[in-house]
Design a protein around this ligand. Structure first.
Ligand code: SF4
Length: 487
């Protein structure tokens, strides 16, 4: 199909792709676009004006017609060169010129151009129209536009695609990429205009929920396994008891302490709940608590509880074991027992919750954590739509707020917003949210932030601000150095 591009369309395409000029001319220095339709003091206009190398300029005169007459030099190019050298106060020898046409040149023009050392470029209209098509679709000036750079970077993080793939998919009309493009550019606009409360749009919320599901599925509930390939499920009684043993003592302590405590008690034959209860029956609860304390204390495993002193953890372990006595020392029997007695699973959840609260050491957070673990990594099939599963605490609020992913504004609307989010995108599973937030905090965003590998990096507002700033710097750098490297 014959193409006909107007001068304006040619200018548009070239301004987006400097390579066309560099690869077809004798210019061997880096150039970057300074101006389109640059107005000279006389009122005449240079189609494209570039800065060239350290201290030079490049004038580009564009033609969408066959250039037959050498008047193009006398009336235009040489005039522009003279005026520009005066305007910029530089020697004419520092100004290069290109005459580019999509329809070719007469012999006369080519000869004259050689005499005057003006580069002539015969432009490929097909190629130019492709560039314009891409640009039109993306509506993103690649050149010197921070928003475009940030948008591409963000889409690339969100969809794991490189820039070319993004562009091709946009041209193909790929819905996923187009939706992502819309979502990211809107978000960037909000960031740029410094909006106070930036809430993710529907597209982002849906994706954040998917990421939460993946994080929760792929990561352990045990803190000592975060960042490792392995993850322990709590489907057998051995692991389920360790989870109970772990949860009942978990006052945000280092998980390695629980492993060490387990080993020490195992060595003394007083780790398994049946054994603990047997000792309680043979001796007394008080003596068993003391015994456990004597084993753990020399290893520094009994940090004094602020209210209950050093015996708090041994007491929790002993009471957890006693609790299991009613269930034949099988954690899963807790669930089976209430499943038989209750009308529905909501009631099962509620009964288990209430019973666990009677175990010394089981507060709201640890109870939520224990049940959550038994559901998402174990065999219990219970709804986790209880708002206490959202675990409101300063860490979770910080992560869910505008400091990171912007799902909530503050502590005040944390529960309300996340309940709606979970109901809409996670089938009401609040446990996935608290588990995922905890994993991200532990694995990627602890002392050192590992944004490059964090699964939320395409949605985290903090990371977006960081990218935006770094793209700004990059842009400045490009301006200082060479545009061609960037493209
Ligand atoms: S992207 Fe970075 S700042 Fe944001 S949550 Fe992940 S690690 Fe933390």
């Amino acid at each position: 199909m014959a193409l006909y591009l107007s001068e304006q369309e040619i200018e548009e395409a070239i301004s987006w792709n400097t390579d066309i000029l560099i690869s077809n001319s004798k210019i061997n220095e880096s150039i970057y676009l300074l101006d389109r339709q640059h107005r000279l003091p006389s009122g005449k206009r240079i189609d494209l004006l570039y800065e060239k190398g350290e201290n030079g300029y490049l004038i580009v005169e564009l033609k969408a017609e066959y250039v037959k007459d050498i008047s193009v030099f006398t009336n235009q190019i040489l005039e522009y060169k003279k005026e520009l050298s005066e305007e910029k106060n530089i020697s004419k020898s520092n100004i290069d010129c290109i005459l580019a046409s999509s329809r070719g040149f007469s012999e006369k023009v080519i000869e004259k151009a050689e005499d005057l050392e003006v580069n002539t470029i015969y432009l490929d209209e097909e190629k130019l129209s492709q560039i314009n098509l891409k640009n039109e679709i993306t509506r993103m000036p690649f050149i010197l536009n921070k928003k475009a750079l940030t948008t591409f970077k963000l889409i690339s993080l969100r969809l794991d695609l490189n820039h070319n793939e993004i562009l091709n998919k946009i041209i193909e009309g790929n819905k996923k990429v187009l939706n992502c493009l819309e979502s990211t550019s809107t978000l960037i606009e909000k960031i740029e205009s410094d909006e106070e409360n930036i809430e993710p749009d529907e597209y982002s919320k849906k994706r954040i929920a998917e990421i939460f599901r993946t994080i929760s599925r792929e990561n352990s509930i045990f803190a000592h396994e975060i960042g490792k390939d392995e993850q322990t499920y709590v489907k057998n009684n051995e692991n389920a008891w360790f989870w109970f043993f772990y949860s009942v003592q978990d006052w945000r302590a280092n998980a390695n302490r629980f492993i060490k405590a387990k080993k020490l008690l195992e060595n003394e034959g007083i780790y398994r709940p049946r054994k603990i209860v047997k000792l309680v029956k043979n001796e007394s609860k008080k003596k068993v608590i003391k015994k456990i304390a004597n084993i753990l204390e020399p290893h520094g495993l009994l940090p004094p509880h602020p209210y209950t002193g050093k015996l708090a953890k041994p007491k929790s372990i002993t009471e957890a074991a006693i609790f299991l006595d009613d269930f034949d020392f099988k954690v899963n029997n807790i669930y089976e027992n209430y499943l038989e007695r209750c009308e529905d699973k909501k009631e099962v959840y509620s009964e288990i919750w209430d019973q666990l609260q009677d175990v010394y050491g089981m507060g709201e957070r640890t109870t939520a954590q224990f049940i959550r673990g038994m559901v998402i990594k174990g065999t219990w099939e219970l709804p986790l739509d209880d708002k206490r599963q959202l675990e409101i605490c300063k860490y979770n609020v910080r992560f869910a707020s505008k400091e990171k992913i912007g799902l909530v504004k503050s502590k005040e609307d944390y529960e309300n917003k996340l309940l709606k989010f979970s109901e809409r995108y996670l089938d009401g599973n609040n446990g996935i949210i608290s588990h995922a937030l905890w994993v991200v905090r532990k694995k990627y965003c602890y002392k050192k932030m590992e944004c490059d590998i964090c699964p939320l990096n395409g949605y985290c507002l903090r990371n977006l601000r960081k990218i935006n700033n770094s793209e700004e710097k990059k842009l400045e750098d490009i301006k200082q150095r060479k545009l061609t490297e960037f493209i």
